[in-house]
Design a protein around this ligand. Structure first.
Ligand code: ADE
Length: 228
């Protein structure tokens, strides 16, 4: 899958995309994520990409032409059929289900807005889908685009070490994931410690319970042991 991120801040995106699991997945060729600077398509000598909103009001709006020209370059003049997603708090809230569906597409383009957003004609003419990452407002679309790219990438074959990794996790079905322990043995050891303390020094557990020192996990184990 190829994902192009159209942004005014490519370095900000690259900083995230070059590290960790996504960084390795890009290097290994499991996902082709590129960042494109909209300012390179400003088309004027001052490299301006914003403009005053029609009818006045506060803030600036991103001009349509640099976005059109940038998108035309990404799609190679329309030769590549892409699905253009505009990240905006006005979009539909992202879900794991939508992430899964998007991960089956071949060519995605993510448009990051800034200032008060993009000129409405861009949305009417080229945007295929508007996505919000939640009911709060950020200073720009870069973090939302990175969240979307991250959540999609990890669904692609080869990106996660274990292909089943996401079939058991939260939001895959109707249950949240079971609690994680660094190793199963940690849990086993804790169970053994609680059992031994209950058997030999129940007073210590009682005192810990009374003073609120008992962790939730210890309490769960204790409740199970007491029921046996
Ligand atoms: N841009 C600013 N806030 C956003 C949000 N919550 N979701 C997507 N894009 C945004």
């Amino acid at each position: 899958m190829r994902i192009d991120i159209m942004t005014l801040f490519p370095e900000m995106c690259e900083a995230f995309l070059s590290e960790s699991i996504i960084g390795r997945a890009r290097e290994a060729g499991y996902v082709d994520i590129r960042t494109v600077n909209i300012r390179d398509y400003a088309g004027n000598k001052h490299n301006r990409v914003d403009d005053y909103p029609y009818g006045g009001g506060t803030g600036m709006v991103m001009q349509p032409n640099p976005i059109y020209d940038c998108y035309r370059a990404v799609t190679e003049g329309g030769a590549r059929k892409c699905h253009l997603i505009y990240l905006t708090p006005q979009g539909k809230t992202l879900t794991q289900e939508r992430v899964r569906e998007l991960s089956e597409m071949d060519d995605l383009v993510l448009l990051c807005g800034h200032y008060e957003g993009v000129d409405e004609r861009v949305i009417e003419e080229i945007v295929d889908e508007e996505i919000s990452i939640g009911d709060y407002v950020l200073t720009g679309g870069e973090l939302p685009a990175l969240i979307l790219a991250d959540s999609i990438s990890r669904m692609l074959p080869g990106v996660l070490a274990n292909e089943d990794a996401f079939t058991e996790e939260s939001h895959y079905g109707h249950l949240l994931e079971y609690p994680q322990y660094t190793r199963k043995v940690d849990r086993w050891r804790l169970e053994q410690a609680v059992a031994r303390t209950l058997e030999r020094r129940p007073d210590m557990l009682e005192a810990a319970e009374a003073s609120g020192e008992l962790t939730k996990e210890e309490k769960e184990i204790l409740d199970v042991l007491k029921d046996m």
